[in-house]
Structures are given as C-alpha cells and as structure tokens.
Design a binder for this molecule. Sequence first.
Ligand SMILES: C[S@@+](CC[C@H](N)C(=O)[O-])C[C@H]1O[C@@H](n2cnc3c(N)ncnc32)[C@H](O)[C@@H]1O
Length: 196
Amino acid sequence: MFENIPSSIKKRMEYLEDLDRKHRTENVPRHIRLRQVPKETGKFLAIMASLAPAGTYVEIGTSGGYSALWIALACRKRGRKLITFEILPQKVSIARETLQAAEVEDVVELVQGDARVYLGNYSDVSFCFLDAEKEMYGECYEKIVPNMTSNGFLIADNVISHEEILADMVAHALSDKRVDSVVVPIGSGLLMSVKT
Ligand SMILES: C[S@@+](CC[C@H](N)C(=O)[O-])C[C@H]1O[C@@H](n2cnc3c(N)ncnc32)[C@H](O)[C@@H]1O
C-alpha cells in the first residue's frame, strides 16, 4: 500500500501535511485548524483497515480528509468503502476538495453533519475511526459497539494526549466484555477495541 501510493493521493497528503504544520505554528483558531493525525497514525489506520473484516467502514471527524486518505488506501486494496462524517462546513469544503483532488470519491463518501445522528443507521460496522471532540467519545462508543461485526475494529485517537478527559471511556473499553481493547502508543495514543 505504501510503496505505490497514487500520485494524486500523495500530492494531497503532502498539501494537508504542510497546511496542518502551518496551522500548528501560526496560532490559527481551533475551528479552522486541521488537527489531523500524524503520518505514523495514518499508516497504522491503513494497515488496520486493510485487515478489517467485510462491512461498513466509518470515520467520525473528517477535518480536511487526511486520515480518510490513509484509510482510502486500504479501501482500494480490499474493495471497501469509507463513510466519513464532518460537522463543520469549513472543514467539509476542504475535505470535498481533498476527495476530488486525490481521486478517491469512488471509495470515500463524505457526509456533512453530526455523526451521532447517523451512527445508528449502520448495523455492520467492521472498521471505525473515532477522532472528534473528546466529550462525545463515550456516546459514540456506545452507538458503535453494538453495531460492530464480529472481529470489527474501533480505533479512537488521543487517548494518551487527552488521558484525563478520556480516562473513564478508556477504562470502560478495557473492561467491556463485548470487545478486546488495548492502548497503542502511536501518535497521540490510540485505543483499539476489537469486537469479540
Ligand atoms: C481532530 S479533527 C479530525 C482529524 C482527521 N481525522 C484527520 O486526522 O485528518 C476532529 C474533527 O471532528 C469534527 N467533529 C466534531 N464533532 C463532530 C460530530 N459530532 N460529527 C462529525 N464531526 C465532528 C470537527 O469539526 C473536526 O474537524
């Protein structure tokens, strides 16, 4: 997957990496900042998405579409489709540009709106990347886990960088008998839960 990333995807990834770096160094307001995952996390997501069982792939929190591009590599490889949710119109327009420029509109569907409204519509989630506001992680977790296929993956970002605010959710996942969970120290820290 990583040796032959199509040039349209690679070019857009590099564009978003530059923009994200700029946002982090110049004090850009929070609702504009991309706040995207680092490259290592992107690679991890692509590998895990390529190993996930058949079913619906979901992303909660698209921003400019950087993590969606990594997951799209796995979708291409496995013949899967990703549905990604973004609530902010400014981010939606960057993400639309991303999907078009990277030529991945056939494998990534962008939905504008609050992901929590839509999550109940999918009963066969085999891969979910949760990367939105930390206050809503617990609610999203409870909406996703019952709808996951056996051996499906739920990956949540920022569980180390935002350890305090996510402590209850992580403790719950680690003792939840419906899943096997582990914290993976890549990037900002990922909680990975696999449906039993
Ligand atoms: C950390 S950024 C996502 C970064 C992205 N996953 C990446 O790595 O490229 C979080 C995004 O979640 C969006 N968001 C927050 N609450 C949401 C909700 N309820 N539904 C959908 N998107 C939401 C925010 O607007 C923001 O763009």
